[in-house]
Design a protein. Structure first.
Length: 263
């Protein structure tokens, strides 16, 4: 499990990105797979989630993450959510790639295994967000839309928001087809900064692409931390779908406003 220097000094939040270690899953899911959507044994997933929740002192019903579809749908987790039935909660979280909240004691997150996990925190308005950005989400500006959602819902100012870009596949090894590059060109991103051509192969840097999008929304460069950890290269420590296949484990990147203790 890792944390980020950018966020560590803020004692009112807890945040993390899990690694592969510390769970009970086996095979390509070994061992701390947190995703119930990747084909793992549900009993193992539930135990892994219990281990994580115990670490942060929250109930399993307070660990919230969506069923992601590489889109740009964003949902707010407010008190109303906890009045939903299980079926209503699942429907609300289906097809969602970013969550925002300002409720304390609720850990929101996204699951990844090569895609980019981003965590957002506004220390002024006390609001957090988590977003999942594969190449499609990055191209569709999921990061920008998450910032806009925080601004509209919580009156955040972009210059106050801190953002981390977590373990994910690096531009050194993430080779893509020409059609992917063309999608980024059409979307108006500066391809010269995020694509390299080596041996007639295109390599896409999702870290820089998301950083580029964040800065366009007014996020300050010094308020962005890139972990620099490549999941493909460090596949023994972090899950990598490109290494292990789709039927494999997922890390969870999460962030939570802590409940204020008085007295």
């Amino acid at each position: 499990m890792i944390t980020y220097q950018l966020l560590e000094k803020y004692k009112e939040i807890a945040h993390f990105c899990t690694s592969r270690e510390g769970g009970v899953s086996v095979g390509n899911y070994a061992s701390l797979n947190l995703s119930p959507f990747s084909g793992d044994n549900p009993v193992h997933v539930a135990e892994n989630q219990r281990i994580l929740c115990n670490e942060f002192g929250i109930g399993s019903n307070r660990l919230i993450f969506p069923y992601q579809t590489h889109g740009t749908e964003i949902r707010e987790i407010d008190e109303t959510f906890f009045n939903f039935s299980i079926e209503e909660k699942n429907q609300y979280l289906n097809g969602v790639d970013a969550l925002i909240t300002n409720i304390a004691g609720v850990c929101i997150g996204v699951t990844t295994a090569d895609c980019v996990p981003l965590l957002f925190f506004d220390p002024v308005k006390k609001a957090v967000a988590a977003a999942h950005a594969g190449w499609r989400g990055t191209c569709a500006r999921i990061t920008e839309k998450t910032v806009i959602a925080m601004v509209q819902r919580y009156k955040c100012k972009p210059e106050d928001i801190l953002v981390t870009i977590g373990p994910s596949i690096s531009g050194e090894v993430y080779n893509v087809g020409k059609e992917v590059v063309e999608n980024f060109e059409t979307a108006g991103l500066d391809v010269s900064e995020i694509v390299q051509i080596r041996n007639n192969t295109f390599y896409l840097d999702l870290w820089k692409a998301n950083q580029q999008s964040l800065e366009k929304t007014g996020i300050l460069p010094e308020h962005i931390e890139i972990s620099g950890i490549c999941t493909f290269t460090e596949h023994e420590r972090f899950f990598s779908a490109r290494r292990l296949g789709i039927k494999s484990g997922r890390m969870l990147s999460g962030i939570m406003l802590k409940k204020l203790v008085i007295g």
